[in-house]
Design a protein around this ligand. Structure first.
Ligand code: DGL
Length: 270
């Protein structure tokens, strides 16, 4: 199976596009809902939680995708360089979603002015800015941390008074940083659910990008270029779900992202 990990429901916005791009592949999704949000936690905690979940997925998945920007920014490098090579899964692969996004982001802007919304953890890591400056040196990037957006989505508050307040506040703060930006990236996999609200406060000429289609295309390319990984993946078109919260809790939240029947199991990390 292809393992897909997120702190909670957000990674489902990536899973949906992965399923479309790879309809015959099998997926195992793990949402650490009981410990979400990650975005306001320390580097050490994000790394520890992520490696715990990834190790679990690696038992069944030769390829794991961190469908979470915060985990990609804070934990991926240590996992790839230290944890994975020292583990019994050293032949397996763990990929993030920041690199595939930064590889194409510059192609969307006509004036090289891009903004992004992300969790405080992602913004603090400066990963987007470092990667983009290497690949698109002329691109001006403005970043806005949105500490309340993930809790809003995890609590299924997509258009409440509170959601409107925080989304409006953070959109205005980003626009103020660079009024000329023509492209805005949702650099947190939870945020696509807030798209209708974000768009209410964003000028219509600005292109709003979600990562799902980008990550799906890049995964297709990756599997084409890595037949040794591709041949290890099972293909019966199934998806199973794991959550660290209750099955009921996960089912209610996941319904916002996916409309198919779900096979969900609960697990606990100690
Ligand atoms: N979906 C995660 C991301 O893409 C949210 C992390 C969180 O739990 O704060 O960053």
């Amino acid at each position: 199976m292809i393992g897909v990990f997120d702190s909670g429901f957000g990674g489902l916005s990536i899973l949906k596009d992965l399923q479309k791009a790879l309809p015959n592949h099998d997926f195992l999704y793990l949402g650490d809902n009981a410990r979400a949000p990650y975005g306001t936690r320390s580097f050490e905690t994000i790394h520890r939680y992520t490696w715990q979940a990834v190790s679990y997925l690696l038992e069944q998945c030769p390829l794991v995708i961190l469908a979470c920007n915060t985990a990609s920014a804070r934990a991926l490098r240590t996992i790839q360089q230290k944890n994975l090579p020292q583990s019994k899964h050293s032949q397996s692969k763990v990929l993030g979603i920041i690199r595939p996004t930064t590889e194409v982001i510059g192609n969307y802007s006509k004036n090289n002015r891009v903004g992004l919304f992300a969790t405080p953890g992602t913004v603090l890591s400066n990963t987007y800015s470092i990667e983009i400056s290497r690949l698109f040196p002329h691109l001006k990037l403005s970043q806005q941390a949105c500490p309340f957006w993930v809790p809003l989505v995890e609590n299924r508050e997509l258009n409440s008074e509170g959601a409107r307040f925080f989304v409006k506040r953070d959109v205005q703060a980003l626009l103020k940083k660079d009024p000329q930006m023509d492209t805005v990236l949702l650099a947190c996999t939870h945020y696509p659910l807030l798209t209708p609200l974000i768009q209410e406060f964003l000028p219509p000429h600005i292109t709003l990008l979600s990562q799902g289609p980008i990550v799906a295309q890049k995964t297709l390319d990756y599997l084409k270029n890595h037949p040794e990984v591709e041949q290890k993946l099972s293909k019966s078109g199934s998806t199973q779900f794991l959550t660290t919260d209750t099955v009921d809790f996960f089912k209610k939240g996941a319904e916002l992202f996916l409309d198919s029947e779900m096979s969900i199991k609960s697990l606990t990390f100690v």
